[in-house]
Design a protein around this ligand. Sequence first.
Ligand code: AMP
Ligand code: GLY
Length: 420
Amino acid sequence: MKVLIVGGGGREHALAWKFSRSPRVKKIFCAPGNAGIAALAECANINAEDIPAIVNLVRSQKIDLTVVGPEAPLVAGLVDALEKEGYPVFGPRKRAAEIEGSKVLAKEIMLKNDIPTAWYAVFDDAAKAAGYIRKIDGACVVKADGLAAGKGVIVAPDASTALEAVNMIMKDKAFGAAGDRIVVEEYLRGQEASVLAFTDGEHVVPMLPAQDHKQVFDDDRGPNTGGMGAYAPAPLINVALQKHVLEKILVPTVRGMAEEGRPYRGVLYAGIMLTEKGPFVLEYNARFGDPEAQPILMMLESDLADVLEALLAGELNKVDLRWHSGASVCVVLAAGGYPGSYRKGEVVAGLDKMPENVLAFHAGTGIENDRVVTAGGRVLGITALAEDIPAAIDLAYRGVSQVQFAGMHHRKDIGKKALD
Ligand code: AMP
Ligand code: GLY
């Protein structure tokens, strides 16, 4: 079969790598891809959000399965557009992807279905939000309703920080119309985990639990990023908790979405805070996490083409996901300055020196004069598979030590929490 992957980050490189190992996949296309994906796939210079161009590509190349990586094309309706023409596509439709595209909708689904989450209030008026925040007069979290490239959430330790966030989102319109409404919610304490599941709208099959590292610096200091590294499985989510998350969070979410007339098919990602009162949902994503997909897909033994085919047939109950034993760790190498402004075009060296069982998934890379150069904030995700987490950490950092580019930085404590 011919597969098209939409997107061009580390997640999409991991997807391309996984499909490249399937005996059933004869050719992989990617739009737009990156320098690493180009070694496995035919990359088309098409923006992931250019729906007409992607539909044309699927038509002209006779693609058998399209897999959508990022949230923006999902929320824009790429899946609906392809389905309308009869093309098989993996990912939620627009109305279902709104579970990520609208924090207000996500909260409503949780409230209606008794899914544990922080208490909250919704505002479309900055003055009213400010009044509410003054009344709380303590830590809270301010969230832009719509998509904001991972930057729309401000964890405010005090009221004045929260008020600044309201101004930035609602008055300065830092995220445009995504900030027309905001959610102000309770500040939760605990450890975070990412629980992703495949669902065909009826059956829900969880993947290995993972943990992301959102802050840019070691020990979770500094501003939030798209994710500086991840590992799987996360021991924090033990077998009993996995069952709890499946039964009390994932299944009720999928059922609740169907009841809203938003049948959900694709990957459902629940961002969980493990509080003293048990797991609470911080957010939903309508797709694989990035960088969580890198270690999860490296751990996945099953053929992804088989899994997605069963899912699209509504037969996920017939799938028994098989996983490698051991663990996988992904360390993100970022461009100097990231998550602020950063330079592009730095030459990347050492990619040919990865140890065995280590993959250098490309995220923001391009090719200039036949050399791999940096082209984004998160440049690479060095991902290792080993017999346990300590061994996978060691191996991933051995891979990291081979890579150089000007300004490169990374966290040195990816996976450390799993050892505590
Ligand atoms: P989100 O995009 O909603 O997952 O938020 C991004 C990050 O903000 C999360 O990964 C958490 O670290 C943090 N966060 C979000 N909601 C809360 C909350 N209610 N309490 C504490 N931290 C939060
Ligand atoms: N790593 C977090 C996300 O993909 O949203």
